[in-house]
Ligand binder design. Structure first.
Ligand SMILES: Nc1ncnc2c1ncn2[C@@H]1O[C@H](COP(=O)(O)OP(=O)(O)O)[C@@H](O)[C@H]1O
Ligand SMILES: [Mg+2]
Length: 233
């Protein structure tokens, strides 16, 4: 059984008299430990798919099973608890809390877990070290570069040791060298820790860092490419 299984996955919104269908009967399997890139034009449903897989949103129709759990059948509270345990989310604009230090931002998701202060400290420092930013632990987001902010955001996403890491254009706002460093970091999380990663990107070079590239169009999967094929785009 694949880690993530989507069958006829559909998400609809009502807009006045119209129905918008950002995801339209999508079928997809993602294996445990895979690193998948998600590409497609703006409005093709990429963020919608990530949000469903991450348990931030619920499908209108179809099946979505992650690690054997049918997410559509969970109550709001159960889904929130599931998400806190299983998902790390990285955003294009980092979404760090501006009034908290790097350390406090990374600590935040751990407050939802039953851990002692000492255990939290150990986990936060390990995560900050992993992303190479432990020496800036007491810096506020405004005192960090974009690349450093994204590293802190990645530390925050992995500090709970989630099953899945999702990224919505995590390098979209970074210059080329910072983007490369962030991709190297995601590659390490995949290679060393065996994290399953799904990452949206517009950049074929960034997508080539993944093992497989999925292309979405109008809420459906249109074609797939392996890493070699992706690199040639
Ligand atoms: N909460 C929402 N309410 C209404 N429409 C939405 C909502 N979320 C997304 N959409 C619509 O769904 C479509 C696909 O959105 P999205 O998944 O964000 O695309 P992408 O990330 O590929 O650019 C867009 O047309 C968007 O306006
Ligand atoms: Mg999007």
């Amino acid at each position: 059984m694949a880690l993530i299984e989507c069958r006829g996955l559909t998400r609809e919104y009502k807009k006045g008299d119209n129905i918008i269908r950002p995801l339209d009967g999508l079928d997809l399997d993602v294996e445990r430990g895979e690193f998948v890139a998600l590409m497609g034009p703006s409005g093709s449903g990429k963020t919608t798919l990530l949000n469903l897989v991450a348990g931030i949103d619920s499908p209108t129709r179809g099946e979505l099973t992650v690690d054997g759990v049918a997410l559509g059948s969970l109550s709001r509270n159960k889904l929130a608890a599931w998400r806190a345990q299983h998902v790390g989310y990285v955003f294009q604009l980092y979404n760090l809390v501006p009034v908290l230090t790097a350390y406090e931002n990374v600590e935040l998701p751990l407050l939802l877990h039953a851990l002692s202060r000492r255990e939290r400290h150990g986990r936060v420092m390990t995560a900050l070290q992993r992303v190479g930013i432990a020496d800036r632990h007491d810096h506020y987001p405004r005192q960090l570069s974009g690349g450093q902010e994204q590293r802190v955001a990645i530390a925050r996403a992995v500090v709970t040791d989630p099953t899945i890491l999702v990224g919505d254009e995590p390098t979209g706002d970074l210059d080329a060298s910072a983007a490369e460093a962030v991709m190297a970091l995601l590659g390490e999380l995949h290679d060393d820790l065996g994290k399953t990663i799904i990452m949206v990107t517009h950049d074929p070079k960034t997508a080539a860092c993944a093992e497989r590239t999925l292309h979405l169009e109008k809420g459906r999967l249109v074609r797939e490419a392996g890493a070699m094929e992706g690199a040639a785009v």
